[in-house]
Design a protein around this ligand. Structure first.
Ligand SMILES: CC(=O)Nc1cnc2ccccc2c1
Length: 446
């Protein structure tokens, strides 16, 4: 009930029964659990971050794409025990369809590539910035949404694609003032795991599950990791070999163990050599323990980390050559990364790299009395047509109020529309930074 309703007691003042005053039910003004509003100050930081995502995507010749935040649940139903699956924000819609709020963007991108089929020519270089969702018990008080920047290269089997993607992230970090002493990338290949599992003739369909278990290696005790590997049927011997290989920190050592028959060592060597040419060798290191927590990766995987070790992974990605074919599409190679909007903000705060972003307008236009409101609107429109931003005073306010507002919105200059000046086709101008004041003909205002 709106406050000016007299509660259904008919015409106010009627002698009928006293109006029933309904206490208006105050809505909860906070956003839903785990979600955020973006009031102007926060929105300026988000827009600044996204502007940098977009500018880097442009520098690398990527095209922007987007997809619905709501997808068929089938896109995300993978049986590899991933956390992203356990926390799917899924439900049945009113048409009884199983749907989900997307927890990541890659499956949607794969869906669109398949949908486009032969009508697009490879390679595709697409980027997206989209809100992703998860539903986890608020016990952990973590967010249920975040925005991710994704860059994907579709149709390139060589590791030149991964090298290009890492270069784009390095470019982004440099734009923010982040250096190789602040962050690095741990790089490995799932082919390392694959080659070990093959030696123990562990079936391919176990691969995703084993990767998801291994991905928890720094999050849960090693005994639990071993237990989970045993429970999915990996032999003790294979487990020992796996854990031993995962502790390898040099490519040469890895080659000793795996030999140079497989692609794992070859791919990684090529990636590190390309890193030299891109000029980001200082940013990357081989680390066999990196597997990432998404089941569909098949080759190179990488993650950005803060060298102080205070924060969670900043970004992550890798090659997913089988994803399109598992969706019924052609066997098209692909790789990409996701870059969340949360950890990066914590990092730039830590490093004192938060930009100062203020709201500014070039002009505040004010009629000196209400008869001139129309004239002020004309002045505002002329300035706006010249590409100037204008805050037009919309009510009859005292000058004191106007000066206060001008300061708050960081107006560059105050344009006063007064009667005597207007009769001469002129307006008053006050440059607010210097106090300089003058009159000028309207058509000379620029
Ligand atoms: C640090 C953070 O907010 N992480 C975060 C927040 N929301 C998500 C939502 C979906 C998938 C991953 C997510 C990850």
């Amino acid at each position: 009930l709106s406050s000016n309703d007299n509660g259904g007691g008919g015409r106010s003042g009627a002698l009928s029964s006293p109006p029933v005053i309904e206490v208006p039910q105050k809505i909860d003004v906070n956003p839903p659990k785990g979600t955020r509003d973006f009031p102007p100050e926060d929105m300026r930081l988000r827009s600044w971050l996204f502007q940098n995502f977009r500018e880097v995507s442009r520098l690398f010749g990527f095209e922007e794409v987007d997809f619905p935040v709501l997808e068929s649940e089938a896109l995300f139903v993978r049986k590899a025990g991933e956390e992203i699956r356990d926390q799917l924000y899924n439900f049945k819609d009113r048409g009884n369809r199983r749907v989900a709020l997307r927890p990541e963007l890659t499956p949607s991108l794969a869906r669109l590539v398949i949908q486009k089929g032969k009508s697009v020519s490879l390679p595709l270089k697409w980027f997206a910035i989209g809100q992703c969702w998860r539903y986890e018990r608020m016990t952990r008080g973590r967010r249920r949404e975040h925005y991710q920047w994704n860059m994907d290269i579709i149709g390139v089997p060589e590791v030149t694609a991964e090298a290009e993607l890492i270069s784009s992230i390095v470019t982004f970090f440099k734009r923010l003032g982040i250096t190789a002493s602040d962050v690095g990338f741990k790089v490995s290949s799932r082919k390392v795991l694959q080659e070990v599992l093959r030696c123990y003739s562990i079936p391919e369909n176990m691969f995703g599950k084993v990767c998801i278990i291994i991905d928890k290696i720094e999050k849960i005790p090693i005994e639990e990791i071993k237990g989970e590997l045993v429970s999915v049927g990996i032999s003790e011997a294979a487990i020992e070999e796996l854990l031993q290989v995962l502790s390898v920190k040099s490519l040469d050592k890895l080659e000793e163990i795996l030999g140079d028959a497989g692609d794992a060592v070859k791919d990684l060597k090529q990636l590190f050599s390309l890193a030299e040419k891109f000029g980001y060798s200082d940013w990357i290191q081989f680390d066999a323990s990196v597997v990432r927590g998404l089941a569909y990766y098949t080759g190179i995987v990488f993650e950005g980390f803060d060298r102080e070790g205070k924060l969670r992974a900043i970004c992550g990605g890798g090659r997913y050559d089988q994803l399109l074919s598992t969706f019924g599409g052609d066997d098209i190679p692909a790789c990409g990364f996701g870059f969340g909007d949360a950890v990066i903000v914590e990092l730039i705060k830590e490093k004192g790299l938060l930009p100062e972003l203020s709201h500014e307008v070039e002009n505040i236009v004010c009629p000196l009395d209400k008869e001139l409101q129309g004239a002020a609107a004309t002045v505002a429109t002329i300035l706006r047509q010249k590409g100037q931003s204008v805050d037009l005073v919309l009510e009859n306010k005292p000058l004191k109020w106007v000066f206060k507002r001008a300061a708050r919105i960081n107006a560059g200059r105050l344009i006063l529309v007064g009667n005597s000046e207007w009769q001469k086709g002129m307006v008053g101008v006050k440059i607010l930074s210097t106090g300089e004041q003058y009159e000028i003909k309207l058509d000379e205002l620029e």
